[in-house]
Design a protein around this ligand. Structure first.
Ligand code: TRP
Ligand code: SF4
Length: 340
């Protein structure tokens, strides 16, 4: 019955998800979704989903959750995710993920979950509001990853403990019940995009993110007013240290201002005090505009197309379910569960 399956036959699968806590911002776009688009190519199965169940650990407003799922899907599509090339779905459209999560939870020591930094953080910040979903969050995430037997998981550095946990679960399952899973690798191309205050964009409590819908002139105003530069460059004639002390502007130039040459030229000009911070920020905003104007145009077209977006999620959900159901059935069977 529980035949060994040929894991080599499973295509290389890239998978990532995002919680539906709000719209995407420029940091998600630059650091994550742009890379997702690059994995849409022959020979790779790419799966991108909205982790609406994970969102329930912290978001309690059903109307807001429903709306966020549709809006984020529009952001995904406007950023270039293509339903003909990727499986785009809502996590909850595949109930088998929850089943797999329960089955995997039987192999998961509670102590390891309690030691995860993001969980400890929650306990410290809100000791009277720690639900079971927060503790089991990484197990549900392991089910997201192992369900489609993903091989590559592009996520930010902050997700490393969760991906490690998924790998450990996969290994424990294989050892106990026979090899089923290839261990998923974390993809390191994801970059941490600095927000206006120099902290990771979208992460700090401060309002440090660039909204993807913002008119370019608003983005310019925000950078000119709030973008943290080298604090030791008091006069325009003071040489700056773009690499170590300019936290919000230069690191972004390195990421997006076209070509190594252009951004290094800016660094040299900063070091020689031949460029001022205002001009430097203006050049940055031009680079941002080149990236987000095409996004904004597509996003405007999608704004009123809820029916189309629902259809994308419906079709994506069917495809994802087909893939994940197969794994869940094997896991169930190997663990001795029979549906009578
Ligand atoms: N925990 C991830 C985050 O907060 C979101 C997520 C849920 C995810 N399930 C996933 C990411 C599976 C990658 C793979 O960013
Ligand atoms: Fe930063 Fe540019 Fe000012 Fe140098 S000139 S400190 S790189 S903003």
């Amino acid at each position: 019955m529980s035949d060994e399956i040929d894991t080599d036959a499973v295509p290389s699968t890239v998978l990532s998800g995002i919680r539906a806590t709000g719209r995407l911002h420029f940091g998600n776009f630059m650091g994550a979704v742009r890379h997702f688009v690059e994995y849409q190519k022959p020979g790779i199965r790419s799966m991108y989903f909205i982790a609406d169940l994970h969102t329930l650990t912290t978001l309690r407003d059903p109307e807001e959750l429903r709306s966020n799922v549709l809006e984020i899907t529009k952001d995904y599509l406007a950023a270039g995710l293509d339903p003909d090339q990727s499986v785009i779905y809502a996590q909850s459209s595949v109930p088998e993920i929850m089943e797999l999560s329960l089955l995997l939870s039987m192999l998961q020591p509670v102590g390891q979950l309690q030691a995860i930094p993001t969980f400890k953080d929650k306990v410290r910040k809100q000791p009277n509001d720690v639900n079971l979903g927060l503790l089991s969050y990484p197990v549900l995430m392991a089910a997201d990853i192992l369900g489609p037997r993903a091989t590559l998981v592009p996520v930010g550095e902050d997700q490393r403990p969760n991906v490690e946990l998924a790998r450990n679960l996969a290994e424990r399952f294989n050892n106990r019940f026979g090899k089923l899973f290839t261990l998923p690798e974390m993809l390191l191309e994801m970059v941490k995009v600095p927000g206006l205050d120099g902290e990771k964009m979208g992460k700090s409590e401060a309002d440090n993110a660039i909204n993807l819908d913002a008119p370019i002139e608003d983005i310019r105003k925000r950078y000119l007013r709030l973008g943290i530069t080298d604090p030791e460059r008091i006069r325009a004639s003071d040489p700056g240290d773009p690499f170590n002390r300019c936290r919000a502007v230069y690191p972004l130039h390195e990421m997006i201002t076209l070509g190594e040459h252009d951004s290094r030229e800016i660094a040299t000009a900063c070091q020689n005090a031949t460029i001022g911070c205002v001009e430097c920020k203006n050049r940055l905003v031009e680079s941002i505009a080149v990236l987000i104007e095409p996004f904004q145009e597509r996003r405007r077209e999608l704004a009123s197309q809820d029916a189309l977006v629902r259809e994308v999620l419906h079709e994506g959900g069917k495809k994802a379910r087909q893939i994940i159901t197969e794994t869940t059935a094997i896991v169930r069977d190997k663990m001795g569960i029979v549906i009578y």
